[in-house]
Design a binder for this molecule. Sequence first.
Ligand SMILES: O=c1ccn([C@@H]2O[C@H](COP(=O)(O)O)[C@@H](O)[C@H]2O)c(=O)[nH]1
Length: 233
Amino acid sequence: MSTDSPLIIALDFPSLDAALCLADRLDPSRCRLKVGKELFTRSGPDVLEALHGRGFEVFLDLKFHDIPNTVAGAVQAAAEQGVWMVNVHAGGGRRMMEAARERLERHALATQLIAVTVLTSMEAADLAEVGVSVSPAEQVERLARLAQDSGMHGVVCSAQESARLRELCGEAFLKVTPGIRPSFAEAGDQRRILSPAQAMAAGSTHLVVGRPVTQAEDPMAALAAIETELADA
Ligand SMILES: O=c1ccn([C@@H]2O[C@H](COP(=O)(O)O)[C@@H](O)[C@H]2O)c(=O)[nH]1
């Protein structure tokens, strides 16, 4: 089932059972689901089959980063399992991203392919330690331009950068933004955060929300509160 909702709920759980327990309380007309490294490493492709069987569109967030041939093969494998979206690290460079996009096109696979710019858990000091001396915003711009030139459908960035990327890359270029924190949630390890309403106003096309929903005492009430915030904005 396809949905108009911008919400993507991150199923960061240590077992397939725990992930499906939450998925069974969610409605595929109200959100998409994200499967990341922890859950996929535990459950493998079974989780994709289970979520697709329940009618959800799935973002497989494995952030591939390797030589072009390896990443192209991994992206093809993900797309052939029917995922709605998959991602690579923009830091893997132009040839890697182009190889991934070309592989999807060669096999007529319609999966959305996006590139991670700068992780939302990183701030300027973290970038400096890995040898990047510009601000997160500048590095995101650089990588988003490269990702667009390399044929990506969009990027993962923080919502703090969405407005600038809307100007730079256009409305249609996807801005998938984790680091979403409603007023009732803690930042945790995230650094570049915005609320759901602020993120949409800034031009995010999709909002990735994990712990504020999955770790809430009442996950359904937390999701409903986010939907109300978006509807009222
Ligand atoms: O830059 C990035 C890229 C990916 N993520 C992922 O999004 C969710 C966010 O979860 P929260 O619990 O809402 O913080 C998580 O799966 C990350 O792996 C990200 O946060 N930042």
